[in-house]
Every structure is written in structure tokens, then in C-alpha cells.
Design a binder for this molecule. Structure first.
Ligand code: 16G
Ligand code: MG
Length: 548
């Protein structure tokens, strides 16, 4: 069997590539102005089909979203059979395919992939797809459906759902009727699985105060309300703010997890009252952060690092109570993790921790190497993985005391509560709520574990960000030459100073991160490093110079 060239060309001619744009499959798929993405999304439909055939007809996911980016942007990414990010070796195919100039070239690229991957075209391809609430979503979805029709895909449309929900559906579909069955691949199945695990873990404890959720005016708003309906219990007492997905121009504007983390202040539409509890999702609900105001009204952020230390502590204690001694909990962070969180994990919790490159796929792969791997980016994106040896060790344990029985049961329930396919704001929220309810903790009590070092993230626009090459989990610059020496010498001037420079994987810019013992030192360090990048590596526009 060979590719149906006539059918593919007919559909492809409907979605010509804009001649002036070059597309790249970046950290989280393709992402740019939504209206320019039609040809790319169409082609992703065909790529998903081939990927499915290369996996013997397993379901591949396609998600149309641009997460926390502005509303006019959109994006598309592919999801592999277990709900994980697309295998990196296929990213190159995606980029080549997106940049094919004509329909003839599109067919050539498809034929090349079929040959390289030895794809059996007689296998029926299966794809599950969904989108977020962006206005360009319906147009792109129609293009995607053409791509699926071009290769005669057996397709499932999940409508408007969060990114992690689609990852969950893909994993469920591919594990149905197997010993690894993950759940029912429907919204109701998702809500039932996570909702029931949550209630199993918290029942009998004291009910919490209300949780205010900033849903970034995105898809998390309708979905978390459905989750609350399914849970239907005072243990999940929520009020959703920034839930307007209908009015144009509101998505992620002055709200959402990225805004809160970047600006270190509460979102619009939420007035913090001391004693109350708040969290923010991002636009596609794969990130979450908590925050509160103290009695002086000062804002305190509980970011991904705080979530990961809370979760790792809880798991470590349960593992120890359960008596599964050789079951190791580890933590994966990125260079953006606050230095005090890393010291806390190493010195106080005494847990192993490693750094991975930015981007969920990199953390995920490191976490897979651990028995129980907790991974979070400081921006609130993360989850927990139980690897097969952890599951085997848990199965083998023979609890002797009621406390051990309880701890083992809790570990199983936690595994059901966690979306292991990818970081998930709703599942992570239920996890944090569970731990707080079980410990009887307020947000300030959770916050007591350690105090963040002051940190600052700056962006420098340069002529060519591709000259920036890093190593050591993006903490050390290899190129441009000698720039790392300058960074190193600046860092030594400030107590507890740390700084790194890395090219962004989602936009054409360079990011500078710095932290130090005091706010003043931290800002001085950040601006001196950013100034050095600007001067020595082709800075464009205004020189970053607020303090120097
Ligand atoms: C993407 C990543 C996020 C990462 C961010 C870094 C996924 C699903 N998302 O949004 O994890 O923190 O990129 O962006 O992997 P940057 O490279 O522009 O700094
Ligand atoms: Mg997101």
C-alpha cells in the first residue's frame, strides 16, 4: 500500500504554507500567531497519523493550544501513546514537514518518513484531538480535520478541554483492557477517577476553607467547574474567578499562573484577603501556583518549587511509614528552581535531586529514572511518576500495623490522584489540597518550610539567539565564547549569588535568571548579567539597565 497522493494533494492545496514564515517544533510544539498556523496544523494531522502507524495503530494526541501566550497566538503539539510528549527524534520531521513549500514537497516529506520509520501503511491510524478556547481554535481544528481525512484517520474529537485532559484521554485509550488500564477516556471518566481518589484520601479529615481559583479566562474555568460538580463535596469548596472564555481579549490578560509568577503579584479580578486561599491556572491548565496575603497584606507565592517540596515531603513520610525502605523518592528541578528550595531538598529532606533542562519533556525523562520522581518547574508545571519498580515494591509490601496499612493505601490512592502523563493543574490542585487537608495546614504553614531567595528573570532581545549554546542543564554557556567567564565573575561579587543565561525555546530572545541573598544584590546581578549579554552578544533595542 502506498500514500494516496491525489487525496493528500487535494487537501494540502487547501492549506498552503505562508511563504514568509519558517516554523520550528520548539519546547512545546509549534507556537506563533494563530492565523499563520493553518498549514502547520493540517500537516500535524498527517504526522499524527504516521506516528500512530509507526506505533502499530496506537492513538496519538494532537492538542491545539498556546498555553499562557497571548490570545492571538496559537500552537499545536503531538502527544505520544502513554500521554507523554512526542518523542524528540520526531520533532525534526515536524519542522521539515511544516516548512515544505508546496504540496509536492509535503508528499515527499511524508514518503521520506514512511521510508525512514518503515511504516506499515495498511495499519489504521488513530488520533485523538482537542483545542483550548482561543478564537483561532475552530479554524485550526478544521485544518487538522482535513489532515486527518487526507490519511483516512480514525479520529476522536474531544472538543474544548485542558491540555492534560487530552494527554489523559490518549493514555486511557491506549491502555484500555490492559493491566495498565488508566481510566475511562472521557471527561466524566477523568472527573470520576481524580475526584474519587481525592475523596478516598481526605474523608474523615476536617473540611478546608474555600479555594479561589484564577482560571486565566481559559479552558480550566469550565473544566474545573465540571470537576467540582463531579466531586460534589465540602472537601472541594471552590470559587472560580477569571472564568470568562466568551469575551475576546481576556485570555491570560493580567491573570493566570504565568502572569502571577512573572509579576509576583495577584491577578486582576482577585483581591487578596488575609487568611484566604488562592491559586492560578494558566490558559490551558497545565500549570498551577498557590498564593496568599499575610496579615500585613503582603503577597506570598507558593510556586512549583514549594509544591514539589510539599509533595516530596509527604511521599517520603508515607514511604517511610509504609515500611518500603528501598523505595526512593527523588526530585527533578530546573535551573530556575530557587536555590533555597534545592538546599532544602538536599539538606533538610535529604532526598536526591537533579537538574534537567527547561521544558516538561526533559524533567519527565529524568523523573522516570527515579522510583518515585517528583518533578516541577518553578513556574508551576509538574507531576509525580511512579516507575515500574516502585509499583512492584508497593505490591510486594506486606503491611503489619494499621499505620502501615493506611500508608500503603494512601500511596495507591495518591497514584490514582496524580496525572502521570503530564503536569496537570487540576490533578496537582487536588494533590496539594489533599496534603493540606491531611496535615491540617494553612498556606502560611506550608510556606514555613523555607524562604525563597530573592530572584529576577529578565529577557534580552539579541540579533541572533541561536548563537547561545548551553550545557550543564542550561546553567553554563558554551557560546558565545567568554560570556560565561563574565557571568561567573559577576556572580562571585554577591553573597549567595547565582545566575545563568539561556536561549528561550518558545520565543526569539535570551533569558537571564539571577538570585542573591538580598533583593538589591539580586537585581544588580540580574541587570549586570543582562547588560553583559546585550553588549557582548548583539543586543537589540533598549539596553537592560534599570539599576546600573
Ligand atoms: C514551554 C514549556 C514550559 C517551559 C517554557 C519555557 C512545556 C509543555 N511547556 O512553555 O515547561 O517552562 O516553555 O519557555 O514543556 P522559554 O524556553 O521561552 O523560557
Ligand atoms: Mg500551559
Amino acid at each position: 500500500m502506498s500514500l494516496n497522493v491525489e487525496q493528500i494533494s487535494k487537501y494540502s492545496d487547501k492549506h498552503p504554507k505562508p511563504s514568509s514564515t519558517t516554523f520550528t517544533y520548539g519546547t512545546a510544539g509549534f507556537r506563533t500567531i494563530g492565523e499563520t498556523l493553518e498549514s502547520t496544523v493540517f500537516r500535524c494531522g498527517m504526522l499524527a497519523a504516521l506516528r500512530s502507524q509507526s506505533k502499530q495503530g496506537k492513538v496519538i494526541g494532537v492538542m491545539v493550544t498556546a498555553s499562557h501566550n497571548r490570545e492571538e497566538d496559537n500552537g499545536v503539539k503531538l502527544v505520544d501513546p502513554m500521554g507523554e510528549m512526542l518523542q524528540q527524534s520526531w520533532e525534526g520531521y515536524c519542522t521539515t514537514m511544516a516548512n515544505a513549500a508546496t504540496s509536492e514537497e509535503v508528499v515527499e516529506v511524508l514518503a521520506h518518513i514512511v521510508q525512514e520509520e518503515r511504516i506499515d501503511l495498511t495499519i489504521k491510524p488513530r488520533v485523538a484531538y482537542a483545542r483550548d478556547t482561543r478564537p483561532s481554535g475552530p479554524l485550526l481544528q478544521a485544518a487538522l480535520e482535513d489532515g486527518l481525512s487526507a490519511l483516512d484517520v480514525d479520529a476522536s474529537n474531544y472538543g474544548v478541554v485542558t491540555t492534560p485532559q487530552l494527554h489523559y484521554f490518549v493514555r486511557c485509550m491506549n491502555t484500555e483492557n490492559s493491566s495498565a488500564a488508566y481510566g475511562e477516556p472521557t471527561e466524566a471518566g477523568y472527573n470520576a477517577k481524580y475526584g474519587q481518589a481525592f475523596l478516598r484520601l481526605v474523608s474523615g479529615k476536617q473540611t478546608p476553607t474555600k479555594l479561589y481559583i484564577d482560571a486565566a479566562n481559559g479552558v480550566g474555568a469550565p473544566q474545573v467547574l465540571k470537576l467540582a460538580d463531579a466531586i460534589n463535596s465540602p472537601y472541594f469548596n471552590i470559587e472560580v474567578r477569571n472564568s470568562d472564555t466568551q469575551t475576546l481579549g481576556k485570555l491570560n490578560v493580567d491573570c493566570g499562573a504565568d502572569h502571577v509568577k512573572s509579576n509576583q503579584r495577584p491577578p486582576a479580578g482577585v483581591t487578596l484577603v488575609p487568611g484566604s486561599r488562592y491559586c492560578s491556572f494558566d490558559g490551558d491548565a497545565d500549570r498551577i501556583l498557590y498564593y496568599y496575603a499575610d496579615e500585613h497584606g503582603t503577597f506570598h507565592l507558593l510556586d512549583g518549587d514549594k509544591i514539589s517540596t510539599l509533595v516530596a515531603t509527604y511521599l517520603r513520610d508515607l514511604v517511610s511509614t509504609a515500611g518500603v525502605d528501598d523505595l526512593q523518592v527523588g526530585v527533578v528541578q530546573t535551573a530556575y528552581a530557587n536555590g533555597n528550595s534545592t538546599s532544602y531538598i538536599k539538606d533538610t529532606l535529604k532526598l536526591p535531586t537533579v537538574f534537567a533542562k527547561t521544558g516538561v519533556k526533559h524533567l519527565h525523562h529524568e523523573a522516570e529514572k527515579m522510583n518515585i520522581g517528583v518533578y516541577f518547574e518553578a513556574n508551576g508545571h509538574g507531576t509525580v511518576l511512579f516507575n515500574p519498580s516502585a509499583v512492584a515494591k508497593l505490591r510486594a509490601v506486606e503491611p503489619a500495623t494499621p499505620a502501615q496499612v493506611d500508608a500503603v493505601e494512601r500511596l495507591w490512592a495518591l497514584r490514582d490522584l496524580i496525572n502521570e502523563s503530564v503536569g496537570d493543574a487540576m490533578s496537582d490542585m487536588l494533590l496539594v489540597e489533599t496534603i493540606l487537608i491531611c496535615k491540617g495546614w494553612t498556606l502560611p504553614q506550608w510556606d514555613e518550610a523555607y524562604t525563597d531567595l530573592p530572584s529576577r528573570l529578565l529577557k534580552v532581545v539579541v540579533n541572533d539567539s541561536t548563537i547561545f549554546k548551553t550545557t550543564n542543564a542550561e546553567q553554563t554557556l558554551m557560546s558565545p565564547p567568554l560570556l560565561q567567564d563574565v557571568v561567573d565573575s559577576l556572580v562571585t561579587k554577591f553573597p549567595r549569588g547565582r545566575a545563568f543565561v539561556r536561549p528561550s525555546g518558545t520565543e526569539d530572545a535570551v533569558r537571564v535568571y539571577a538570585e542573591a541573598a538580598t533583593r538589591r544584590d539580586c537585581d544588580q546581578l540580574a541587570y549586570s548579567v543582562a547588560g553583559a549579554v546585550f553588549d557582548k552578544a548583539g543586543g537589540r533595542g533598549e539596553r537592560p539597565s534599570e539599576f546600573i
